[in-house]
Design a protein. Structure first.
Length: 156
């Protein structure tokens, strides 16, 4: 995806939406606008339920866009639904199978840069660098205080 810079801040948005799973994973919607406005709605398993808003600096927005570009988010597949697993079988053979997304939490990442919008549905088998990006968005957006935990990498 080719991005034409410069992009007005009003045309930039980073969103993370998490969906319910079989476990106590935080369920919320978070949007960071290019202007620095942060919109959050906590649904379940978070410290703050409901709608909460704040503002962050434009420098933090720039850092989040740079973080997205550094992990090549624009080049990632739109859906990651299964994970490849490898098993050694008796007799010295290797088998490959897939684990499906059943019971796992889905995270939806959306990056809007001008008219370009990239959305990634991440269940299983997604690039692990998305976890670092997830953590970075929660940290720089100040949403970590509303959520209570960082669920991407499992760090508190």
């Amino acid at each position: 995806m080719k991005i034409n810079f410069p992009i007005p801040l009003e045309q930039i948005m980073i969103k993370i939406e998490t969906r319910p799973s079989n476990g106590p994973d935080p369920v919320f919607d978070l949007a960071v606008k290019g202007t620095g406005e942060v919109l959050y709605f906590g649904h379940d398993f978070v410290d703050m339920l409901g709608e909460h808003n704040t503002n962050i600096s434009q420098e933090k927005v720039r850092d989040l866009v740079a973080a997205a570009m550094e992990i090549d988010i624009l080049e990632m597949k739109p859906k990651y639904m299964t994970e490849q697993v490898y098993e050694l079988l008796p007799g010295g053979t290797l088998d490959r199978g897939e684990i499906s997304a059943s019971g796992h939490q889905m995270k939806v990442f959306t990056l809007q840069l001008g008219e370009n919008i990239k959305t990634i549905e991440a269940y299983l088998g997604y690039p692990q660098r998305l976890n670092g990006f997830y953590d970075r968005v929660l940290e720089l957006s100040s949403a970590i205080g509303w959520i209570g935990v960082i669920g991407g990498s499992g760090n508190a």
